[in-house]
Design a protein around this ligand. Structure first.
Ligand code: RIB
Length: 303
């Protein structure tokens, strides 16, 4: 069974400098390579879910520039329906990224067109209602994100919120969230707890389910009334971790809307993000369903 996913989120052109070590304040360092790669947390999750086999529709905005055209093309090329992606006057969102030799990154995001998505546009609610799950992140203005989550609620559509970049979350948004997927830093920022188990327990007071992603340590799934489940990550050599969390969420959602049990969906999503960190670029590194299946099957004897 193929499930349907709507994504309400950002699309950015990632302007990526690959360097040995990111410059400190006031420092200039030579870089090795520059690439432009379609990204943005929303577009990344949409592309990851589509490559993982879901039917995906993207809601958001790009600017009237060459980056906007390239972002739309990248989405459609991966099979994402871009009927809900409007083109607005001005520049597209951009992310200015340095990736170091250990695969770590630092990012400055300029919202551009993403900043215009403060409410739903005609047709958006129908797109959300037609989906099994709505994926949300925090690179759009909060009123836009909230409008999407509340529309999903009205239609009984499951909401999955990635609270990144970390910022305070209004109570109404958490009330309209079914599954919250922070990384360990975002979980700590939201709860004041650095221990992921404690943070997850605290988050369950506000949402029914959470997955705290822990990088190389895997992911921690917690649901009200059940024991937490730690799903280990696969050991790989990372060259670029940009978009790894988005790959995880996109693949997890694709597996969940197919009706796969959560433990299996988490291990499958973990295989997807392990593949993505071994290649450079956000959307450029995202695996397709067959690749995820092969790595997932390889890992089975160890689970
Ligand atoms: O999550 C990774 C994404 O964050 C990058 O693609 C970049 O666009 C920033 O938004």
């Amino acid at each position: 069974m193929t499930g349907a996913i709507a994504v309400l989120g950002s699309a950015n052109m990632d302007l990526v400098a690959f360097v040995a070590k990111a410059p400190a304040r006031g420092e200039t360092v030579p870089g090795r390579e520059f690439r432009t790669v379609p990204g943005g947390k929303g577009a990344n999750q949409a592309i990851a879910a589509a490559r993982a086999g879901a039917r995906v529709s993207m809601i958001g905005a790009v600017g009237e520039d060459a980056f906007g055209m390239a972002l739309r093309h990248a989405l459609t090329e991966s099979g994402v329906d871009t009927g809900g992606l409007r083109t607005v006057p001005g520049a597209s969102g951009t992310a200015h990224i340095t990736v170091d030799d250990e695969g770590g990154n630092s990012i400055v995001v300029i919202p551009g067109a993403n900043g215009t998505v403060t409410a739903l546009a005609p047709g958006d609610e129908e797109r959300i209602a037609a989906a099994d799950a709505l994926l949300l992140q925090l690179e759009l203005p909060i009123p836009g994100v909230l409008a999407g989550a509340q529309a999903a609620r009205r239609h009984g559509v499951r909401t999955v919120l990635t609270p990144a970049p970390a910022r305070p979350l209004p109570a109404e948004l958490l009330e309209a969230t079914d599954l919250l997927v922070p990384n360990e830093h975002e979980a700590a920022a939201l709860t004041g707890r650095t221990d992921p188990y404690e943070a997850a327990r605290e988050l369950l007071r506000r949402v029914p389910e959470t997955v705290v992603t822990l990088g190389e340590a895997g992911s921690l799934y917690a649901r009200r009334g059940a024991d937490p489940l730690l799903v280990p990550a696969l050991r790989v050599r990372a060259v670029d971790t940009t978009g790894a969390g988005d790959t995880f969420v996109g693949a997890l959602a694709a597996a969940a809307v197919e009706g796969r049990p959560m433990a299996e969906a988490l291990a499958w999503a973990s295989a997807a993000s392990a593949l993505s960190v071994q290649r450079p670029g956000a959307s450029a590194s995202m695996p397709d369903r067959d690749e995820i299946d092969s790595l997932y099957d390889e890992g089975k004897p160890h689970r």
